[in-house]
Write a protein that binds this ligand. Sequence first.
Ligand SMILES: [Zn+2]
Ligand SMILES: [Zn+2]
Length: 170
Amino acid sequence: MRIIVSEIPQEGLEKEFELPVTLEEGGAGHTAHVKMRAVRFGTRVIVDGRAEMGVSMSCSRCLKEFPHRLETDFRDEYLPFTVATGGGEHELKADEMDTGFYADDEIDVNELIKEQLLLVVPMKRLCVSECRGLCPICGTDLNQGECGCAAEEPDPRFAKLSGLKERLKK
Ligand SMILES: [Zn+2]
Ligand SMILES: [Zn+2]
């Protein structure tokens, strides 16, 4: 979405649009739904809104694909490039707002919105918070039922070995 700064009306500009996003290089494309508002204060523009995107992820524990909804509220500030580099005319504030720059009266909001969606991708991707994962021995999905591996007697050869270890310790 491109915004022409000089065309932002006094009361602000509201936009609703679809934004194509790829979460990882070479990965599947997704479409984010974005609702935003741009307000202009001289040459400074504040863009805020909300982006939502439905994605499919694979569970870190059981590897199953599951749907997940990424949602983020954003509030970005845009400054003309010349002001930002104009030797201390404008002090960049270290507040919580992300700052972008624009040139030629035109703002492209897509990159900052994409970045913010990437930030809400969970590090730990679980299909359900209590996912039991796969049995490390036989690979059974333990959410579907027990496989019996854990209940089995330890291998007698290992039992002997650990007995040997015990003796070596003494
Ligand atoms: Zn899972
Ligand atoms: Zn098993």
